[in-house]
Design a protein around this ligand. Sequence first.
Ligand SMILES: Cc1ncc(COP(=O)(O)O)c(C=O)c1O
Length: 464
Amino acid sequence: MRAPREPFRIKMVEPVRLTTRAEREEALARAGWNLFQVAARDVELDLLTDSGTGAMSQTQWAALMLGDESYAGSQSFERFRETVKDVLGFPFVVPAHQGRGAEGVFFGAVIDPGEIVPSNAHFDTTRAHIEIRGGVALDLPVPEALDPALDAPFKGNMDVERLVELLDGEDGDTVSIVMLTITNNAGGGQPVSLANIREVAAVTRERGKKLVLDIARFAENAWFVREREAGYGKTPLGEIVHEMMADADAVLMSAKKDAIANIGGFVAVGEDEEFFHRLQARGVVSEGFPTYGGLAGRDLEVIAVGLREVLEESYLRYRIQQVAYVGHLLVEAGASVVEPVGGHAVYVDAGATVPHIPAEQFPGWALACSLYLAGGVRGAEIGSVMAGRDPLTGENRHPPLELVRLAVPRRVYTSRQLEQAGDAMAATLADAESLGGFEMVEEAPVLRHFTAKLAPLDKRLTPA
Ligand SMILES: Cc1ncc(COP(=O)(O)O)c(C=O)c1O
């Protein structure tokens, strides 16, 4: 497989500091063996997240200068609102400082304690917003999603049969919202088919519930629909996006992903104006006045441009191919990855790649630390550390898959730079058996992976 060609020229550069293994060992130990706590200057290839890390285009930088910073009635908000309506089809929008701000606005207005919120798979911040309000975040992925080696086109889909069982069962009355995360970040960046969206929407609507989409990566999902779903091969991407949104009552968006902005988010709502006013009232309390909602006018301009740019053919083709290229490099290096490669990231199956480390010793965490030590490559564990503890029993949760996510920032690294990920994996796996697990030393009660301190069980790695 050849590296895809970048469909842009580079106009501004940011130096990458080269580091030695000794420097990285010191940096990681100082960070409590938590890659989230390592300084960015100590990282050579930062694949921690694709969130807010994209490079803005010249058009976005130019739009930034048009920002109208009026407290009320800003023109930037008008342009932002028009774009959301045009690209996504929702007339009402509440801006928020980022995706979790949108989640705070939304769940703050709708959820009751004890309420179950089913999804194909909740992202961790969504789960946290539901759980801190006493709700239950329930994942109902299709069975294919749990088989990392299986190459199926829409592993992000929801299991509709299980949804029906839930809604028609004794807990059905506690559900008011059904969610789909598009693409499915927690489940390998896998797309959701239009057929699945429609089916879930029909089941949801028939029972008088609301369908809410988390559309952080809507453009990448649309690309996969066109590539993989029968009948859409020639449909313009913009039309596919409209079809994806058509049955949703509301959407939650982190603009840090498929709006290629460094910050921002929003909740957008269809026809239900009364519902919109409830959300807007909530937004005023936590985010800000309805025409800026936690953002500067210039941020709203950038998002408006990004929402259109992300659907450009040349960009999306390159984007999807570049992420697939990283997957190819990792497989060549000997890693098992979740197949097929997702839209924004490669998910390494740590459970299969370093099978000698049990889930209790956090294999994904160990593999991620090793990639950093071997090559200055920073990824993120999506496994037992991120899963946290069961709020009722206090026990560690062990998800079905122990993953390391290598997320590719948009338009930031050339394909040659990304080859460093393959090299770091090859170096790690050349002596895989010597890689040891980890123990938890310190942790926060919610979203512990950001700040937890861990220690390697192999004490040779701990500086004296
Ligand atoms: C699917 C999904 N939803 C919500 C969020 C939260 O967005 P933010 O980081 O902007 O708060 C993320 C962030 O990674 C995400 O991937």
